[in-house]
Design a protein around this ligand. Structure first.
Ligand SMILES: Nc1nc2c(ncn2[C@@H]2O[C@H](COP(=O)(O)OP(=O)(O)OP(=O)(O)O)[C@@H](O)[C@H]2O)c(=O)[nH]1
Ligand SMILES: [Zn+2]
Length: 220
């Protein structure tokens, strides 16, 4: 079977648009843009080979644009690599708050770095401020910024805690993530109900059992 990516040249196949959407700096860098285009074409070819390896004909009409769509989807799943999540926390408010602030049920989608299968669920974040209080949405933006990468749940949990700890310098921070991993439920062990719960605590949340139980009660 001969494979070629030219087959994808349909009206929906707008490589320039794709690349300049996800890499806006390439608009003024024609050489780098050309290199990226070659890379995309190579990946398309590899994805056609993957489709063939799985037992399907990559040239059939319904699959013609699939490699391009996959690349587009991956750039969306991994948008977090092209931002600095800590930057969201730089804007702080002068709000007097002596007790913890807890933002719970922040839904997220991430991508397991072992299988490129989604894992998804909710993150709960608490911090005990010390002067710096951030906007509530910024906590959710930090979760997004680290979730949209190739991840493991433990690293995601710790990165969120570290970002808040470093930028806001609170008295303490605690993050809990509840997630379902499709690599565990849809394949491999095939445990559909299994969920993973991870915690990361910093500062006062490491040892203060009252703070910890208050957080656990709030997210129940
Ligand atoms: N600790 C941790 N493990 C993860 C995460 N996501 C996936 N994994 C695990 O990564 C492991 C990879 O194990 P391997 O034995 O190398 O890969 P595998 O043969 O596909 O393993 P199975 O999933 O058991 O079929 C699996 O046990 C996955 O469940 C995560 O976020 N954290
Ligand atoms: Zn996995």
């Amino acid at each position: 079977m001969t494979l070629s990516f030219e087959k994808n040249a349909t009206e929906h196949y707008d490589l320039d648009h794709l690349l300049t959407t996800y890499f806006p700096e390439l608009i003024n860098q024609p050489t780098e843009l050309a290199t990226k285009k070659t890379t995309v074409n190579e990946i398309e070819l590899a994805l056609q080979k993957l489709i063939a390896l799985c037992g399907e004909d990559p040239q059939q009409a319904d699959l013609a644009e699939t490699p391009f769509r996959v690349i587009k989807a991956f750039l969306e799943y991994t948008a977090g690599y092209r931002e600095d999540p800590t930057a969201h926390l730089e804007k702080v408010f002068d709000i007097q708050q002596n007790d913890p602030i807890i933002v719970k049920d922040i839904e997220f989608y991430s991508m397991c770095e072992h299988h490129f299968a989604p894992f998804f669920g909710v993150a709960h974040v608490a911090y005990l401020p010390d002067q710096k209080v951030t906007g509530l949405s910024k906590i959710a933006r930090v979760v997004e910024g680290y979730a949209r990468r190739f991840q493991v749940q433990e690293r995601l949990t710790n990165q969120i805690a570290d970002a808040i700890d470093t930028v806001l310098q609170p008295k303490g921070v605690m993050v809990a993530i509840e997630a379902k991993h499709l690599c565990v439920s849809s394949r491999g062990a095939k445990k559909e109900q299994a969920q993973t719960f991870t915690l990361a605590s910093r500062g006062a949340y490491i040892k203060d059992s009252q703070l910890r139980s208050e957080f656990m009660a709030a997210i129940k």
